[in-house]
Design a protein around this ligand. Structure first.
Ligand code: PGA
Length: 255
């Protein structure tokens, strides 16, 4: 199965609209026409409207970092799927470990968002990953299994088209400590196996699994050559045009 690599930038709470536009201009200029790798940028909500017009006619796609599962209503400070769609977002990152640990998200609330995103034609990038404590207690695979089961509850096979899972070991996020290619591949293979049992062989072969956690140009190649790693969800290294472009180039070289 030939899965197209996906490199997604998770900008977190960084970049004003002007800064976001500047970064996107540089990305589009260099890799905005290539088709080998799917490239997605996920700026903060406030920069979506500045970035969207700069992606017109380019192959780079827009994503958001979170959303509320309801269509509208009294949810102060929240953003709906329809609002994201109106800014031409195609992807949405859901269940990131920072949302889980700092903002109280649970597998159940992540699941509501995943189902709402799919219903609204947004492709979820569902994040899963264990803490250092869980890894040291040998609980990595059971944690991942629980997050997959919870996050994908009541999602049927047909709805998985475009769905992406990102494995992000919490201890590797923003720490400079990257998972070894073997550690990452072990979890990615587990996720693919789980998807096969839960959905089907064909769904598991089509779905892209990203690695995230201190991925940068210097360690990208060894991760991207692993059988079940289909790209990266990039935090820190996505904030600089050159390093993000180098990551896209690293993926193109594997493709
Ligand atoms: P990092 O973040 O690349 O800065 O480790 C990745 C993420 O949190 O998605």
């Amino acid at each position: 199965m030939n899965r197209k690599y996906l490199i997604a930038g998770n900008w977190k709470m960084n970049k004003t609209s002007d800064e976001a536009a500047e970064l996107v201009r540089e990305i589009v200029q260099t890799v905005g026409q290539q088709m080998d790798v799917e490239v997605v940028v996920c700026p903060p909500f406030t920069a979506l409207s500045a970035v969207a017009p700069l992606l017109e006619g380019a192959t780079v796609k827009l994503g958001a970092q979170n959303m509320h599962p309801s269509a509208s209503g009294a949810f102060t400070g929240e953003i709906s799927a329809e609002m994201l769609r109106s800014h031409f977002s195609s992807y949405v990152i859901l269940g990131h470990s920072e949302r889980r640990s700092l903002f109280g998200e649970t597998d159940a609330s992540v699941n509501e968002k995943v189902r709402a995103a799919i219903k609204n034609q947004l492709k979820p990038i569902l994040c899963v990953g264990e803490t250092l404590e869980e890894r040291e207690a040998n609980e990595t695979l059971s944690v991942i299994e629980r997050q997959l089961e919870g996050g994908l509850k009541d999602v049927d096979g047909e709805a998985t088209v475009g769905l992406v899972v990102a494995y992000e070991p919490v201890w590797a996020i923003g720490t400079g400590k990257v998972a070894s290619p073997e550690q990452a591949q072990e979890v990615h293979a587990f996720i693919r196996g789980w998807l096969k049992t839960r959905f089907s062989e064909s769904v598991s072969q089509k779905m892209r699994l990203l690695y995230g956690g201190s991925m940068k140009p210097s360690n990208a190649q060894e991760l991207l050559t692993q059988t079940d790693i289909d790209g990266g969800l990039i935090g820190g290294a996505a904030l600089d045009a050159n390093s993000f472009i180098d990551l896209v180039t690293a993926a193109r070289e594997q493709g």
